[in-house]
Design a protein around this ligand. Structure first.
Ligand code: MSP
Length: 696
């Protein structure tokens, strides 16, 4: 494939514990970038994998009573399963226990040793047994409990060291000459901060007597390789560096973009460039450190088991593409953020159901009603049409720039702003009125523009929501344009105006993003592992800390689906319903959440008669889509029953049924009353909106 090489990597994930939201986030981020770059025509390679050596994996395996290799096999399979569920299109999944990796690590160590950068020395000082890290005097002072418990011990032993100090000035100069090497700037400054201090050389070995689960040093098999030195090399071992099969390496190194969490800045931004320099390799193109996902109370997520389960549970409950959308749209890559189910649902409701899904369903419905279900003739009639074409053209350019700058949330917002502009364009154009007045040319232009914007949004969002966008494109009769499986390198062409063929069938289909009626979470219903996956591998039950338990209780409170209907039960008169503002809203106001509890829908009155026992009431039979209902309304003083039949009105559809003077009422109609006491029903005459539509 022609095009610039684009090599994107995630950290390789520790095979000691279950995958969490953090792993899902970095991997979805890498996938979305890889898919965009494929669409842009770049020669793309996406690598992820598992870090399978080290004390943590050895200990996790011991705790289960299985061999480390078996534990690593099972854990890596968990990661692979998760990535499949999340529609990840990685080109390779590297495991550090694979022979292809071990061989490269040994070659790397040997070269570094041969050129004098690895030497044997004696370490005397403090050592954190659990973290497998040497600890400075001042760090030890902060770990008093660990020292007392024997988790941080005094140690004197012979080991091999890598000369970090030799490359310190070189790295400072490199960072100064290449300001984009580490992003964002805050992280770059953090790294420059480390480099201002004198650097101790890095201990790159562990005696095999203490740690068995590692790659033996090629020059001294009484030692195994320190897990970080081993793990970092995955970025070149997966490309076959120096193994005879160097085609991938030649093509993709050093175009690498390493995506990492901010927790692993030092190994990536200090050790790794120096290690590469030591064997004569160039540093990667860029290292991007993203922010941290937190539990709703802001605590670190990976420690709150419940919190990490919640995220994956969200994907199961609300859809993988919605989850991917939320992760990418929710916040800037560099920022930290907490999340809960409410925030998630609000985001997908407003962007996906109300903006994109609504544009799709109303457009398809109108095309089917007014244009025989086929793409109408492509023409522009006035400045409004041209304006829409112009903003779509700007978006094509802007999205590409924003993806290059890794501002995914802004790129998505750019696309969604075009979608929202198109919804406003429909309201301004009133296609239903054009149809009624026989203004066919303008009607065709309007609906063509709506379909074409939908097509462009479907292409531009396909890296974020591959399955949903493929379905969107199918529903409007457009060809697929997904980076992974569809045409590669077609961004300019696919995003050019006018891709839809007039006359093509617009088949439509099920609503793409059905509105979420109520939160699905129930206290205690969120699984502690990862939703639908098999039971956790660990044998030891984890007790939540008091802090985690508190966060859990807080989250559980938020998930309780409120019984919104109770407040309105028995309401009889038009305009009479409405619960007062609940917690979180000032006196006299309601929150948007409370408003969304009311299901407002269009309904058609199919029959109307007087109430047998009450002069002021009428008994109406209404159609709500396919459903028939009876509602009793206090409007007999204002309307004759026969005037009402055929009217398309607005009703509250989720009231608890009530009996009004012996007649069941299953909803309430909406009406407006003026100061003179006149009453009018809220109706719609737009033929594109039959009974049963949601009103929001
Ligand atoms: N094995 C090392 C990485 C070696 S790379 C040569 C490691 N593994 S890890 O399993 O702990 O994964 C760390 C990475 O997972 C983070 O850098 C980040 O990409 C992701 N995350 C884990 N938890 C996270 C959050 N709560 N939020 C965001 N991402 C975090 O470190």
């Amino acid at each position: 494939m022609a095009g610039d090489p684009f090599y994107v990597t995630t950290p390789i994930y520790y095979a000691n514990a279950e995958p969490t939201i953090g792993h899902a986030y970095t991997t979805v981020l890498g996938d979305v970038l890889a898919r965009y770059h494929r669409l842009f025509g770049d020669d793309t390679y996406y690598l992820t994998g598992a870090d399978e050596h080290g004390l943590k994996v050895q200990q996790a395996a011991e705790a289960r009573g299985v061999a480390p290799q078996r534990h690593a096999d099972e854990m890596s399979a968990r990661f692979k399963d998760l990535f499949q569920r999340l529609e990840i299109t990685n080109d390779d999944f590297i495991r550090t226990t694979e022979p292809r990796h071990k061989r490269v690590v040994q070659e790397f160590l040997q070269r570094s040793h041969d050129n004098g950068d690895i030497y044997k020395g004696t370490y005397k000082g403090w050592y954190n047994v659990r973290e497998e890290m040497f600890v400075t005097e001042s760090e030890k002072d902060d770990l008093k409990d660990d020292v007392a418990a024997g988790r941080v011990i005094e140690l004197e032993e012979e080991n091999y060291f890598f000369r970090l100090s030799k490359y310190q000035q070189w790295l400072i100069d490199y960072l100064n000459a290449n300001p984009d090497f580490i992003a964002p700037d805050t992280r770059r400054n953090e790294v420059l901060g480390f480099l201002r201090q004198p650097l101790n050389d890095l201990c790159v070995s562990r005696p095999a007597t203490r740690l068995k689960w590692g790659i033996p040093l090629p020059f001294d098999d009484k030692y195994v390789t320190y897990v970080w030195f081993d793990a970092l090399i995955n970025y070149v071992s997966a490309l076959g560096w120096d193994t005879g099969d160097t085609a991938l390496f030649k093509k993709y190194w050093p175009s690498a973009l390493h995506l990492i969490g901010k927790d692993i800045l030092k190994p990536h931004c200090v050790y790794w460039p120096m290690m590469l320099k030591s064997v004569g390799l160039k540093p990667p193109r860029q290292i991007l450190a993203h922010g941290w996902w937190c539990a709703p109370d802001g605590s670190k997520l990976s420690k709150t088991i419940h919190g990490s389960g919640l995220f994956l549970w969200l994907a199961d409950q609300y859809g993988v593409d919605e989850f991917r959308y939320f992760l990418m749209r929710g916040r800037a890559v560099a920022q930290d953020g907490g999340v809960d189910e409410r925030t998630f649902v609000d985001r997908i409701t407003s962007d996906l159901s109300n903006d994109l899904g609504n544009l799709l369903s109303r457009t398809v419905k109108m095309v089917q009603q007014y244009c025989g279900g086929k793409v109408p003739t492509a023409r522009s009639c006035d400045a409004k049409d041209e304006g829409l074409e112009a903003i779509a053209g700007r978006a094509r350019k802007r999205v590409r720039e924003l993806i290059d700058a890794i501002e995914l949330h802004n790129a998505i917002e750019e696309i969604m702003s075009v979608v929202r502009a198109t919804n406003r364009y429909i309201v301004a154009r009133e296609p239903w009125a054009l149809f009624k007045d026989g203004k066919n040319e303008l009607l065709d232009a309007t609906l063509y523009h709506c379909l074409e914007i939908l097509r462009l949004a479907g292409v531009a969002l396909s890296p974020v929501m591959p399955a949903k966008c493929a379905e969107l494109l199918r529903q409007i009769g457009a060809p697929a344009a997904n980076g992974a499986s569809g045409p590669q390198g077609c961004w300019e062409q696919a995003m050019a105006w006018g891709g839809l063929e007039p006359g093509a069938v617009v088949p439509g289909g099920e609503p793409l993003f059905p509105r979420v009626a109520a939160l699905k979470g129930q206290p205690g219903a969120v699984p502690s592992d990862m939703g639908k996956v098999e039971k956790p591998l660990e044998r030891v039950a984890q007790q939540p800390t008091e802090k985690a338990a508190k966060a859990e209780r807080k989250a559980a409170d938020r998930f309780t689906a409120p019984d919104g209907a109770k407040a309105a039960a028995g309401t009889e008169m038009p305009g009479g319903a409405g619960a007062p503002g609940g917690a979180g809203a000032p006196e006299g106001l309601i929150t948007i959440d409370e408003f969304f509890k009311a299901q407002l829908r269009t309904a058609e009155i199919v029959e109307a008669k007087r109430h047998p026992n009450a002069d002021r009431l009428l008994v109406l039979q209404i159609a709500l889509g396919e459903e028939r209902r009876q509602i009793v309304a206090g409007i007999a003083a204002y309307f004759k029953p026969e005037e009402l039949v055929g009217k398309r009105i607005a009703v509250v559809a989720n009231l608890v049924p009530a009996k009004l003077r012996g007649e069941v009422s299953q909803g309430m109609l909406l009406a407006a009353k003026d100061s003179a006491g006149r009453l009018t029903l809220l109706t719609t005459s737009d033929p594109a909106f039959p009974s049963g539509c949601e009103i929001s």
